[in-house]
Ligand binder design. Structure first.
Ligand code: CU
Length: 78
């Protein structure tokens, strides 16, 4: 009786993590942006990657989204 419940809970948690990884990255980028000392070209690149990440996330392409957001974080030195 207990085991199926635990399995279901684990499946829910991993789905939760996958669905919420991108917004967490977006929040981290948004928090960092105002204090980031970037050249204008890099700042607009970060913004473009962050927007692309959000679009990909909304269309369900979380792996691609995480990659775009990861590139944005790299430019931010995070
Ligand atoms: Cu996502």
């Amino acid at each position: 009786m207990k085991k199926p419940f635990i399995a279901a809970a684990l499946i829910c948690m991993s789905a939760y993590a996958a669905a919420h990884g991108c917004p967490g990255e977006m929040r981290a980028i948004d928090a960092k942006m105002p204090s980031a000392m970037l050249a204008e070209a890099d700042a607009s690149k970060v913004k473009a990657l962050r927007d692309e990440g959000e679009k990909l996330h909304k269309s369900g392409q979380h792996a691609a989204s995480m990659k775009a957001l990861g590139d944005a974080k790299k430019l931010l030195g995070m």
